[in-house]
Design a protein around this ligand. Structure first.
Ligand SMILES: Nc1ncnc2c1ncn2[C@@H]1O[C@H](COP(=O)(O)OP(=O)(O)OP(=O)(O)O)[C@@H](O)[C@H]1O
Ligand SMILES: [Mg+2]
Length: 362
């Protein structure tokens, strides 16, 4: 099928093919008309989607790319920014971690290497005050040697700054719980996303799957994440490092990407060589009952009171064992007994009234 909207040329670049579409832009494989150099050009949806936020985000991405110069961060070659057309030119990569995951999951050793490179890039970006805020497989580019490059600083924020747009954004399966509460992103927000990513690299599954953004927010804030070893044949000694990154409270996570990478490498090093090289197979997501975060009756009450946030994804039951099977509390038992007595009294009263009416009208 011919793509009607596909441009023929973008500045000095001839468009060869569409690589993919994201939430903000289309990415094309292009060739420089004079040098013959191949590049990837990301073109913002402008005509179709006149949202002023997207132009702001794109400008932010350009600024971040200009400032962030690192061997593991995708570099900016050129850009164009006007109300009619906005694009950035960057090196073309053969694939991304998302592509690689479809072929083969990561062994613990491969995951440690990927995390180490990513942590170098992130620690550097964090040191300059940038939080990535959209870490996920399609934003991790791979060259022919499978060297990793971090892309897409479109959602990047300055440390400690709240969203000027007044809404939380990112990609819901990777979003830290504090973002759902409207808190400012910080280094630990990216550390949480790295925990989700690690779980996915090793097991093929993210900790939480849901249908709607609100469901994801709810799960990130309230549900205990399953250990990667529950999701696939991932060595259980790796669970602790990954789950620490997925802590609900930012203060309980590793405080930097480098620190998480160090914990993870230490855990991998305890494995025998053959287990370090073991790639788990792709499997269906197992059925796991997610439990609520401990911390008082408030959470269970909320589970009871907000059934609409509890929509079940296909393969997961979000109910808790406590919620489903636990016997009613003494207070609830007393309330039930009182209700039953009132119902019996009311029925008796109604019967007497009926009898009196019958006798009078006879
Ligand atoms: N420089 C590049 N070289 C090759 N492919 C790229 C490059 N940059 C992005 N891509 C690919 O192009 C596709 C679209 O990327 P884009 O960033 O627009 O969306 P996304 O990452 O899938 O989602 P989102 O909009 O949420 O970021 C993705 O498959 C991405 O991996
Ligand atoms: Mg992207």
């Amino acid at each position: 099928m011919v793509d009607e909207s596909r441009p023929k040329q973008l500045g000095a670049y001839r468009v060869l093919s569409l690589i993919g579409k994201g939430g903000m832009a289309r990415v094309y494989r292009c060739q420089h008309v004079e040098t013959g150099e191949i590049a990837a050009v990301k073109v913002l949806y402008l005509a179709e989607q006149a949202d002023p936020n997207t132009l702001t985000l794109f400008e932010r991405e350009i600024r971040a790319m200009q400032q962030l110069r690192h061997p593991y961060i995708v570099s900016l070659r050129d850009y164009h920014l006007s109300a009619q057309l906005a694009y950035i030119v960057m090196p073309f990569f053969e694939s991304s971690v998302a592509d690689r995951l479809m072929v083969r999951l990561y062994s613990p050793r491969e995951a440690a290497q990927t995390l180490t490179h990513l942590a170098h890039a992130l620690d550097y970006a964090h040191s300059l005050g940038y939080i990535h805020c959209d870490l996920k497989p399609s934003n991790l580019m791979l060259d022919a040697k499978e060297q990793l490059y971090l892309a897409d600083f479109g959602l990047a924020k300055s440390i400690g700054r709240r969203n000027p747009e007044q809404f939380a954004f990112g990609t819901p399966p990777y979003m830290a719980p504090e973002l759902a509460d409207g808190a400012a992103a910080d280094i630990r927000t990216d550390v949480y996303a790295l925990g989700v990513l690690l779980c996915e690299l090793l097991s093929g599954h993210r900790p939480f799957e849901a249908e709607r953004t609100t469901d994801y927010f709810y799960l990130h804030r309230r549900a205990l994440p399953p250990a990667p070893s529950q999701l696939n044949a991932v060595p259980a000694v790796l669970d602790k490092a990954i789950l620490s990154a997925l802590s609900k409270a930012p203060a309980e996570r590793p405080q930097s990407a480098g620190e998480l990478a160090q914990h993870f490498r230490n855990a991998v090093a305890t494995l025998p060589d053959k287990d370090q090289r073991w790639n788990a197979p792709h499997i269906e997501r197992p059925h796991i009952v997610l439990k609520p975060v401990k911390g008082g009756s408030g959470i269970l009450r909320e589970l009871n009171e907000q059934p609409t946030l509890m929509r079940r994804p296909d393969q997961l039951s979000l109910s808790t064992t406590e919620h489903r099977a636990a016997p009613p509390s003494p207070a609830r038992r007393t309330r039930r007994t009182q209700n039953a007595v009132i119902a019996v009294l009311l029925t008796g009263l109604a019967a007497i009234l009926l009898l009196i009416t019958f006798l009078i009208t006879r």
